[in-house]
Design a protein around this ligand. Structure first.
Ligand SMILES: Cc1ncc(COP(=O)(O)O)c(C=O)c1O
Length: 240
């Protein structure tokens, strides 16, 4: 995507080759907020990476990745792709093109649901904290960055239950609408326990430093009826 928001695999930008070589390349994984809610090229990054498996594909039925960026920064990416042959197969490419027609609609609907779910969780007595960009305190320094760079808080965030792994597992096991799975960005709400799944390979001390505790649960809110999602969490929290 270039500075005017056009989707492209490469474009000329303000950074020519000479400028790029005078400083380290800035590459951003923009999978979570996606091209709809955050455009890192407009904020000075040279390359933007996506797991297209997530919001861009959006239906949990394909695996793909993408990189966009200014022409010079893209050269080595293109060369490596040619060398190792990571071109996408035609059927997956077609599914992604079809998914992109509804990407903005899906992402906005999921983000609206996420705002409702996050507010519900933040007010619940059995919840210790909610790590949702839309709920950052006014004096939190991250809020200024969020307001400057992001068009929305998106729909993937984490929260911590009061207690530890036992309480988190009781909540997860009692859910009936939300599906227990580690992916994100699909139309259906997925929920997971990072410490025992996605982040189980990270040393415990590092997990603790990053705040990935046993009480943490990650939520990728989908486009279901928000009332159903809140009701599901409400009944599951009653079991905690
Ligand atoms: C932020 C982010 N980037 C990249 C990836 C890798 O994606 P893929 O599953 O398409 O290889 C993931 C997967 O969870 C992710 O969450």
């Amino acid at each position: 995507m270039d500075g005017r928001g056009r989707v492209a695999t490469s474009s000329s930008g303000p950074d020519d080759l000479q400028q790029i070589h005078r400083r380290p390349l800035v590459a951003v994984d923009n999978t979570f907020l996606g091209p709809v809610f955050q455009r890192p090229l407009e904020h000075g990054s040279d390359l933007v990476m996506y797991s297209l498996t997530k919001y861009v594909g959006g239906h949990s039925d394909l695996v793909a990745g993408g990189v966009i960026g200014f022409r010079e920064a893209m050269k080595p990416v293109r060369q490596l792709r040619s060398a190792i042959g990571t071109q996408l197969d035609p059927n997956t490419a077609w599914m992604i093109m079809r998914s992109m027609e509804t990407m903005a609609l899906r992402m906005r609907a999921a983000a609206a649901n996420a705002a409702i779910v996050a507010k519900f969780l933040a007010a619940h007595p059995k919840i210790a904290s909610v790590n949702y960009l839309g709920l950052l305190a006014d004096d939190d320094p991250r809020r200024a960055v969020f307001r400057q760079q992001c068009g929305s808080a998106g729909s993937t965030f984490s929260f911590c239950v009061k207690g530890g792994q036992a309480e988190a597992f009781r909540l997860l096991n009692a859910l009936q609408v939300m599906k227990l799975a580690v992916s994100l960005g699909g139309t259906e709400t997925l929920i997971s326990h990072p410490a025992s799944t996605t982040h189980s390979g990270v040393p415990a001390a590092t997990r603790a430093r990053l705040g990935v505790t046993e009480a943490m649960i990650r939520l990728s809110v989908g486009i279901e009826n928000a009332d159903d999602l809140v009701a599901d969490l409400e009944q599951a929290l009653a079991a905690v």
